[in-house]
Design a protein around this ligand. Structure first.
Ligand SMILES: [Zn+2]
Length: 310
């Protein structure tokens, strides 16, 4: 906790967006975080709009829900973006940060990068996929982890990370794409490979945000990084890791504001109930945080709802 640095929260959903900045001319521009579902965010401080793993199509992969009458996709189907829905939700982006190359993180980025002209920061695998889709070179920044880049109104530290321990810890994928890879767009869903995992410390006007795209992290890589706002991966696979919640909160300094990511069922469209995942993932996490870091506030994000942090 940092005394004297108390943050005031206002949570606003998109359907009741009545937020007005209470102190015109206040020195600190509020930060707005819109939850796009999965590990996806739109974060803006009024100067710069940053998207993180923006996955909006939420394809019906496998089973899905009986009330969801969209077509079912299999892993070997050609990936498709719901361009109409994306156009409704994404109107501007200056930067796009990509944690890893799986479809639920990168699948909509070819369309969004082409539409917005945003600079995209991701692994060489991620960048190679975007190149295959014809995204211009001057938008593409391949990183390996460890970079700390200053742009005009925004800076970002790239943090080496690891993927969720899927499949009861049997998941491991060392495949990578590079200039020798023979990729032809459009790709099949299964061609969106992980390609290594990253986290980001995104520094905005008056706040910095630590982002996660998975339920895993390399503890030593987070030492000394104490963000105001943590967006942790909060899904079931974290329970297979040793003291995930405690180690993550301890090493990142028990910040005041924690907003869980990647806890929802991303095979369901927006508007479908996420109660089952709230019960399974969010409630136990809130209970764990109240024990580990009682001064932290966990905010449960709502799909397309905007959280304003002054
Ligand atoms: Zn993944």
């Amino acid at each position: 906790m940092k005394p004297g640095n108390k943050l005031i929260l206002k949570i606003v959903t998109i359907c009741s967006l009545v937020f007005l900045m209470s102190q015109a001319g206040a020195q600190s521009a509020p930060l707005e975080l819109k939850y796009l579902g999965t590990a996806g965010w739109e974060i803006s401080d009024g100067n710069v709009v940053v998207l993180v793993d923006p996955y909006i199509s939420r394809l019906k992969l496998g089973g899905g829900h009986p009330d969801d009458d969209r077509p079912v996709f299999a892993d070997n189907d050609i990936a498709q973006s719901d361009e109409t829905l994306i156009d409704e939700i994404v109107t501007r982006a200056d930067f796009i940060l990509i944690h890893h190359g799986h479809y639920d993180h990168l699948g909509d980025v070819p369309y969004i990068a082409a539409k917005t002209g945003a600079k995209v920061i991701g692994t060489e695998t991620t960048i190679t996929i975007l190149r295959a889709y014809g995204i211009p070179e001057d938008q593409l920044y391949a990183v390996g982890g460890g970079e700390d880049y200053q742009f005009e109104n925004f800076s970002v530290r790239v943090i080496p990370s690891i993927h969720s321990a899927l499949g009861e810890k049997h998941y491991y994928d060392a495949r990578r794409y590079d200039s020798r890879s023979n990729l032809e767009a459009p790709l099949r869903i299964e061609q969106f490979i992980e390609g290594g995992s990253l986290m980001f410390l995104a520094r905005f006007d008056h706040h910095n945000v630590l982002t996660m795209g998975s339920m895993n992290f390399v503890e030593r890589e987070l030492e000394g990084i104490h963000p105001d706002i943590l967006l942790p991966g909060v899904n079931g696979s974290r329970l297979g890791l040793y003291n995930y919640d405690e180690r993550l909160l301890d090493v990142t300094g028990n910040q005041e504001i924690i907003i869980p990511a990647h806890w929802d069922n991303f095979r369901l469209p927006y508007g479908f109930s996420q109660e089952a995942n709230i019960k399974r993932n969010i409630i136990p996490f809130i209970n764990a945080v109240s024990d580990i870091s009682p001064n932290s506030q966990v905010i449960t994000p709502v799909h397309l709802g905007i959280i304003v942090i002054e």
